[in-house]
Design a binder for this molecule. Structure first.
Ligand code: NAD
Length: 291
């Protein structure tokens, strides 16, 4: 594989780009944050001066940005990815954004002969660091086949789920399940503690039974210890609950529990916890109980 351009070197992008560099790929990356660029250099990549510099001459470009305005800025704006790469280049946008933006990016790419995939991920910071991400991919099967060996460098479960935008719909489904599970684990902790039962011991039992989940496995100890360093910020999960509810409206379905979880996440933001990890839903549930 020739040169790779990587834009967005945050919590997720940094370890993903580092895995690609460690696997021997020629990675040029850009992030607005100078510390992030320095981390890429330390991992064996090249820190580019701007988006156009990062993607010039790339065969494949990966973007891992917060939300659709940043994707529009980096990909569609003058001097962005679509202006700077040659026809035939493949762009895999791995950010979590609304499906309609993924479809618009794919259409804008097609008009310039640039192939586009939406390829959001699940697995969190730990999944990125351990090269164990789940990747849900929307777009053409032939383009998926080209990108798959790269995705295998940092992913474990890699599935082509449908046409452009389908990856984002699967990610929205993922996020409503993740938010719901965090909310319920938070409620379990509040109930256990308020009843005088040791929450850590109680959750150890839950983790081994039918209630067990990856969230209980990875996060129960930090939640009970009230360690909420992100990880995945409540602000980003708020964005994702909005995407899920908009997708539900688009599909003309009712998702009542998703609506409730979205309000819990929104409360986390209004209580000032937006920059904490989404496991800080525990603080929201505690405050609702006056604890
Ligand atoms: P982050 O905020 O840590 O990283 C985003 C990076 O993009 C930042 O370093 C920021 O400086 C950079 N950036 C923003 N605008 C830019 C621009 N115009 N040009 C260049 N760089 C720019 O976010 P993250 O946690 O890495 O998440 C990235 C995406 O992945 C989001 O869509 C998020 O929803 C999704 N995601 C995150 C996790 C997680 O656990 N953190 C898990 C799965 C999916």
């Amino acid at each position: 594989m020739g040169k790779l351009g990587f834009i967005g070197l945050g919590v997720m992008g940094t370890p993903m780009a580092a895995h690609l560099a460690a696997a021997g790929h020629d990675v040029s990356g850009f992030d607005l944050n100078a510390d992030a660029r320095a981390k890429l250099e330390a991992a064996g990549g090249r820190a580019a001066a701007d988006v156009a510099d990062a993607v010039a001459g790339a065969e494949v470009v990966i973007t891992m940005l917060p939300d659709h305005p940043q994707v529009e800025q980096v990909v569609l704006a003058p001097g962005g990815v679509l202006d700077a790469v040659a026809p035939g280049t493949l762009l895999a946008d791995m950010s979590t954004i609304r499906p309609e933006t993924s479809i618009a990016v794919a259409e804008a790419g097609a008009a310039k002969g640039i192939r586009v995939l939406d390829a959001p991920v699940s697995g969190g910071q730990a999944g990125a660091e351990e090269a164990a991400l789940s990747i849900m991919v929307g777009g053409e099967a032939a383009d998926f086949a080209v990108a798959r060996p790269l995705f295998e460098v940092f992913g474990k479960t890699i599935v082509h789920v449908g046409p452009h935008g389908a990856g984002q719909v699967v990610k929205a489904a993922n996020q409503l399940v993740v938010g719901g599970v965090y909310g319920l684990v938070a409620e379990a902790i509040v109930l256990l503690e308020a009843s005088g039962v040791d929450a850590g011991t109680g959750l150890d039992v839950l983790a081994g039974g039918l209630a067990g989940s990856r969230i209980l496995e990875l996060k129960r100890k930090s939640m009970v210890a009230r360690e909420f360093k992100p990880g995945f910020r409540i602000d980003l999960h708020h964005k994702d609950m909005g995407i899920a509810l908009a997708a539900a409206r688009q599909a003309d379905v009712a998702l009542p529990l998703t609506g409730l979880v979205a309000q819990l996440v929104a409360a986390g933001r209004s209580m000032g916890y937006g920059s904490l990890d989404h496991s800080a839903l525990l603080k929201v549930v505690e405050e609702l109980s006056g604890r």
